[in-house]
Design a protein around this ligand. Structure first.
Ligand code: T5A
Length: 217
């Protein structure tokens, strides 16, 4: 049986990477074979493109160029990693996917939504999330968390964190609009609770398609 494709979305610092790891553990503890991937990245080409997109030295990019780079990395991931793993019956948990492009390049940068939707139809290789969790919190709170994490790790890949607060507010509103337009697929989880509280809410938003999550281990 084909596996489920679960995506996590949200602004910087909303806790996606943390919750992806917590969900993977919960699923594996319950015998569900799970593969975690992240965007941009997850393939050798994707890693190169990630460096271009996240390094501040890249500077301003034309928004359409940026859109094409995200989709180029995603196409490699979809064709070479996600599609084969789903066909083998693995559950995929992906840290960002196409909704990030709608939120950042569409609502954030102002790329025409028709172009974004057309690109998704052409490039997605028949793959689309079964369920998307948007971890939601105010843009300022997310950015503060992300900046703390960057200072702690000494990361220099801050091209998006360097955008102003207004940009991140547009992105957050974009995610909320995506959820409003796709109520069956997309669930909003309040990201301001403790790690355990958020993790419980994530499990609750997935139990209808992954009933194993309601089993004690
Ligand atoms: N992008 C991406 C686009 O513009 N278009 C696209 O199509 C795609 C795919 C990717 C960038 O690219 C942009 C969006 C991004 O700007 P990235 O480095 O992968 O760059 O950035 P993020 O995905 O935003 O990763 P972050 O690490 O910033 O955010 P996460 O993964 O949401 O947060 P996480 O889990 O690392 O947590 C951040 C910090 O908060 C703490 C964690 O311990 C950590 O220190 N934390 C909490 N603290 C308190 N309470 C909680 N509940 C917490 N949960 C986590």
């Amino acid at each position: 049986m084909r596996g489920y494709f679960i995506t996590f979305e949200g602004i910087e610092g909303s806790g996606k990477s943390t919750q992806v790891a917590m969900l993977k553990k919960k699923l594996e503890d319950r015998g569900v074979p799970t593969l975690c991937v992240r965007e941009p990245g997850g393939t050798p080409v994707g890693q190169h493109v990630r460096k271009i997109l996240l390094n501040p030295e890249t500077g301003d990019l034309d928004p359409l160029t940026e859109l094409l780079l995200f989709w180029a990395a995603r196409r490699e991931l979809v064709k070479n990693v996600i599609t084969p793993a789903l066909e083998q019956g693995q559950t995929i948990v992906c840290d960002r996917f196409a909704d990030s492009t709608t939120a950042y390049q569409g609502y954030g940068r102002g790329v025409d939504m028709e172009i974004i939707d057309t690109m998704a139809k052409i490039m997605r290789n028949g793959v689309w999330p079964d369920r998307t969790i948007i971890l939601d919190l105010p843009a300022g709170a997310g950015l503060n968390r992300a900046l703390d994490r960057i200072m702690f790790k000494g990361s220099t890949d801050t091209r998006f964190e360097d955008e102003g607060l207004e940009f991140h507010r547009r992105v957050r509103n974009g995610f909320l609009k995506i959820a409003e337009s796709n109520p069956d697929r997309v669930k909003i989880v309040n990201a301001e609770g403790s790690l355990e509280e958020v993790s419980e809410a994530v499990a609750g938003a997935l139990e209808d398609i992954l009933p194993e999550l309601s089993n004690p281990c």
